[in-house]
Design a protein around this ligand. Structure first.
Ligand code: GLU
Length: 612
């Protein structure tokens, strides 16, 4: 039964009341133009209270999620509504042209479930898809590969929303999408982040006339303070709301998506090569999300649940925590605790590179990689006083005690920085951690003409150089390895933390660092989110925010740790990640914590605020 039909079948009084409330709240289109019934936007990165909480990077999206909670929707309902709103107001990070990972905690059963809504490679993709036939050489990552049809994976987001509502929700897809349809139609006020992201993309957006028409109206990025409306996206979402996922995966829209991917509508005068992909309508019709068991590890008496492959997030965060379980970090000098964090994460990255790919195609030793025994063989290669030369080798899976850490080849990192994350807890204690993306900021740069949304370039997450032994090599129908790490932490009473972040492969270290800050280093959740970050991904030097280098650079140098200022070559931003997190304390009080300043500041809200 689909989410659309389920509502009709279970028309209890409670659901009927909720339905009525939502339909009244959002009004008809004609009403919408006359009055604005929306409550004011949450204007804070931190909120305390009871009755449910939502955090995301965007105030419009957080408000929409909170509204669903207030009106009796549950965590899954609010997560889908918030995600759909992020596709409107954060269209360069997420939307129906992309994919993601949905982690759900059911308070009644205590069960954690996940949905893998990752984009997949078309059936017709070839191992040499990233080689330019004209030269026999690999396409350059930028600009050829990132702005291309060949990098577009079959999107999974619409199917994820439908599945999430069907499995966990109370609302129909039609109800959950209604607020974001209104948002797309009414528009949102452009802020500096949106304008800046548009300008960062302006050159390649201009190369795709359909994209330029939408995001560069009049030839410029929308000005800060003006209202950005996307009626084309409103119509697309409306057709999905009316007809369900079929409206996306079959019929006219599916044909249009396949057409754009196979024949990118690039302006020849731009000189952008935009190589074509092979996606067909059959690829879209055959797309399925995967219901996955979560990863879980024990850390400091808590259970940390994450996303299993095709994401490497749950494995890498879990292995990092298992390694660090060997140390009493809180009792050590802070620089030494940070040194151990960097050493643990280098090893987790070595192991994910060696072993993690789409489990439908490669055997991933998930259980071994997440065992405390394996982590102990990794911890014992760490010198508590001195950095190991990097890159470190992956560990032996056969349980060999203390696998020596020999340098190996470097893992090249081509993941970009974009994506978005939202966290929700509802009044019953259900929770959702959901990270969704179209890969880099602006995705492939290609919109589906007249449909109001960008297509992803997620297939760039495959290893760009083909190697038949690489678990993340290109294969038809395969999901590229992700770093997305939506995480839910529980104890015997229920959910304690919901955490996640964007940021390509820095997602893993960001989630790890926030958990360490909160659980070991004596910080509150808002402090743990705000603290400066460093990301060690098995490279000689560690990427770190300037504030981290200033605070700890000298002290870490004494441990042989070398730090390099972070900076995305694409946007020149120096931030690592953009966390949206929630904590539930032992008495049920909620702390919702978004970023105070990264990405222009996030948005946290609770249903019944209390004082700090
Ligand atoms: N494509 C990345 C991944 O799946 C996420 C993109 C990003 O956060 O920049 O890991």
């Amino acid at each position: 039964m689909t989410a659309r039909t389920r509502l009709r079948a279970t028309s209890t009084a409670a659901v009927a009341a909720l339905t009525a409330a939502l339909l009244v709240s959002t009004g008809t289109t004609a009403d919408a133009d006359r009055r604005d019934p929306r409550p004011p936007l949450p204007d804070s990165a931190t909120a305390y209270g009871y009755g449910g909480a939502v955090t995301s990077v965007d105030a419009n999206a957080t408000r929409i999620g909170l509204d669903v909670l207030r009106r009796g929707g549950n965590a899954a309902d609010a997560a889908v509504a918030t995600a759909s709103a992020l596709g409107v107001s954060e269209p360069y990070s997420a939307g129906i042209g992309g994919g993601g990972y949905f982690v759900h905690y059911d308070a009644r059963t205590g069960k954690v479930s996940t949905i893998d809504g990752r984009e997949t490679a078309p059936a017709g993709i070839k191992p040499d898809a990233f080689i330019d036939p004209a030269t026999g050489q690999p396409y350059r990552f930028t600009p050829e590969l990132v702005s291309s049809g060949v990098a577009v994976g079959v999107p999974g987001t619409v199917a994820t929303w439908d599945r999430a509502l069907d499995r966990f929700g109370r609302l129909s897809l039609k109800q959950a999408l209604k607020p974001s349809i209104d948002l797309a139609r009414r528009g949102f006020v452009v802020d500096q982040t949106f304008r800046g992201q548009t300008l960062d993309n302006a050159k390649r957006f201009a190369a795709f006339p359909d994209t330029a028409r939408l995001f560069l109206p009049g030839g410029d990025a929308p000005q800060v303070g003006t209202r950005f409306r996307n009626p084309e996206l409103a119509r697309t979402l409306e057709s999905i709301a009316q007809r369900g996922p079929e409206a996306f995966y079959r019929g006219r829209l599916a044909a249009e998506i396949a057409d754009v991917v196979r024949s990118p509508r690039v302006d020849p005068a731009s000189g952008l090569p935009a190589p074509a992909g092979s996606m067909t309508t059959r690829d879209l019709a055959r797309y399925r999300v995967v219901d996955q068991k979560p990863t879980s590890v024990q850390y400091r008496g808590l259970t940390v649940h994450g996303m299993a492959p095709s994401s490497s997030g749950g494995i890498a965060v879990g292995e990092g925590l298992n390694i660090l379980e060997n140390y009493d970090l809180g009792a050590l000098p802070l620089p030494q605790a940070l040194h151990l964090y960097l050493e643990a994460s280098a090893r987790a990255f070595a192991d994910r590179a060696e072993h993690v790919g789409d489990p439908a195609f490669v055997d991933v030793p998930t259980r071994t990689l997440l065992s405390q025994r394996f982590a102990d063989t990794r911890a014992c290669t760490i010198d508590p006083d001195q950095a190991t030369p990097r890159p470190v080798a992956p560990g032996a899976l056969d349980g060999a005690a203390c696998t020596p850490a020999q340098p190996t080849v470097d893992e090249s990192d081509t993941e970009n920085v974009s994506t978005t994350h939202l966290s929700v807890v509802d009044r019953w204690g259900n929770a959702v951690a959901y990270t969704l993306t179209i890969e880099q900021t602006g995705g492939s740069g290609m919109t589906v003409p007249g449909r109001g949304f960008l297509l992803n370039n997620e297939l760039t997450d495959f290893s760009t150089v083909y190697d038949a032994d690489d678990p993340n090599r290109i294969e038809p129908g395969k999901r590229p390895r992700s770093s997305m790490s939506p995480t839910i932490v529980t104890d015997r009473r229920g959910v304690r933390f919901v955490v996640g972040s964007p940021g390509g492969s820095t997602i893993i270290t960001t989630v790890l660092q926030v958990l360490l800050n909160r659980l070991d280093l004596g910080m509150t959740l808002p402090e743990a989110v705000a603290a400066p970050r460093a990301s060690q991904r098995n490279t000689a030097s560690t990427t770190a925010e300037p504030a981290f280098i200033e605070a700890y650079g000298d002290a870490l140098a004494a441990y042989g740790q070398q730090l390099t200022p972070s900076g995305d070559s694409f946007t020149s931003a120096s931030e690592i990640g953009a966390v949206a997190a929630i904590e539930v304390d032992r008495r049920g009080r909620l702390t919702a914590a978004a970023e105070p300043s990264r990405r222009g500041g996030g948005s946290a809200a609770v249903v019944r605020p209390s004082r700090r």
